[in-house]
Design a protein around this ligand. Structure first.
Ligand code: ATP
Length: 332
């Protein structure tokens, strides 16, 4: 569904060099990018700030023209010079097949009630009546939009607006959905709602999803596959377990005992890294299961409560490079 081969994007920027002088510099945002995504896959696309994620998505939507390489989405080359309509024709045809949600911006009309924005989307994409009604009904139900339909977009909370944006991106039945930070700034309840909706859309419709996020839980709950980009290059392509192992990521088992005790020891596969009163922190490899650790602690210690802290995705990626343990993908 998505094919990217040898794609590069170089920006030419002017930089101050002294009081009056300006020099032209090249910023290589994406370099030698190669990957494919099959129909129905849900893939996480992650990397540190400035890595090239948004630039990739903008090229895949036809907003930015690559400096080199080839890309096709749903069989369409958005920049093909031949065929009906030339390059603009490719972009237009592609627009009908994809949906895009940028978490930091809205595609809805600020002063209009949500339902009027949807009506405009219907007309812009010329969505057939029956399809529009069925899709809207489904989104309204699954994303709890009924009480919001008459509210102007500017009065919606961030979580409400995000749900509204996701619905807008799906009304024309896109085959590919790009989501750029869809859960950023949302509370726990809204995040859960958005994630379960996306899972359902992917499972029921077979919609292909490419998701950029800084939230590891998004990846864990939604994506079997994750691609990591750093300095414009793909440096990992595989499952999350493999990524955490490559980054030597650790998870933390936080246990509350019924009283203050010396550091827990003798639990295979875990080491106690912190003690504060009756609470203790045990680090263990991110790819390992927590169940045997919990059982081992519960057997020997007066356990009252426990929780598991996931490693921060930025830390995992930072470690991935610092340790040079990344498993390079073919061609990276
Ligand atoms: N229009 C532009 N002109 C010049 N440089 C740009 C432009 N857009 C992006 N860049 C540069 O390209 C690089 C990649 O940026 P991009 O926005 O793709 O990163 P990102 O991975 O999406 O980062 P973030 O997580 O911060 O959103 C950065 O160095 C950025 O400064």
């Amino acid at each position: 569904m998505i094919e990217v081969a040898g794609v590069e994007k170089v920006f030419s920027v002017r930089r101050k060099a002294g009081r009056l002088r300006r020099v032209r510099e090249e910023v290589r945002a994406v370099s030698g990018l190669d990957f494919t995504v099959a129909r129905g896959e849900m893939v996480g696309y992650i990397g540190p700030n400035g890595a090239g994620k948004s630039t990739t998505i903008k090229m895949l939507t036809g907003i930015l023209v690559p400096s080199a390489g080839r890309l096709r989405v749903a069989g369409i080359d958005p920049f093909a010079r031949s065929g009906t309509g030339g390059a603009a024709g490719g972009r237009l045809r592609l627009a009908r097949r994809i949906g895009v949600v940028f978490g930091q911006r809205t595609t809805l009309w600020w002063d209009l009630p949500l339902k009027d924005s949807y009506e405009l989307v219907r007309r812009m994409y010329r969505v057939p009546d029956a399809t529009y009604r069925a899709n809207l009904e489904r989104c309204v139900e699954l994303l709890d939009l009924a009480p919001l339909l008459d509210v102007p977009v500017r009065q919606l909370s961030l979580g409400q607006r995000m749900r509204g944006d996701i619905a807008a991106a799906l009304l024309h039945d896109p085959e590919v959905l790009y989501l750029d930070e869809p859960t950023i700034g949302l509370d726990v309840v809204s995040k859960a709602k958005v994630r379960s909706f996306l899972r359902e859309v992917n499972a029921e419709r077979g919609t292909t999803v490419l998701l950029t996020t800084h939230d590891l839980t998004d990846i864990e709950q939604l994506c079997h596959r994750v691609m990591v980009i750093d300095h414009g290059r793909l440096v990992y392509d595989g499952d999350l377990t493999g990524l955490l192992a490559a980054g030597e990521g650790e998870r933390m088992l936080v246990v509350d005992l019924d009283r203050e005790l010396p550091p827990i020891d003798g639990v295979p596969g875990a080491r106690t890294v912190k003690v504060a009163g009756p609470r203790q922190w045990l680090a263990f490899p991110a790819e390992a299961s927590a169940a045997p650790l919990v059982a081992a602690v519960a057997e020997r210690y007066p356990l009252v409560d426990l929780s598991i802290r996931e490693p921060d995705i930025e830390d995992v990626i930072a470690r991935l490079y610092a340790g040079g343990t990344a498993t390079p993908v073919a061609g990276a």
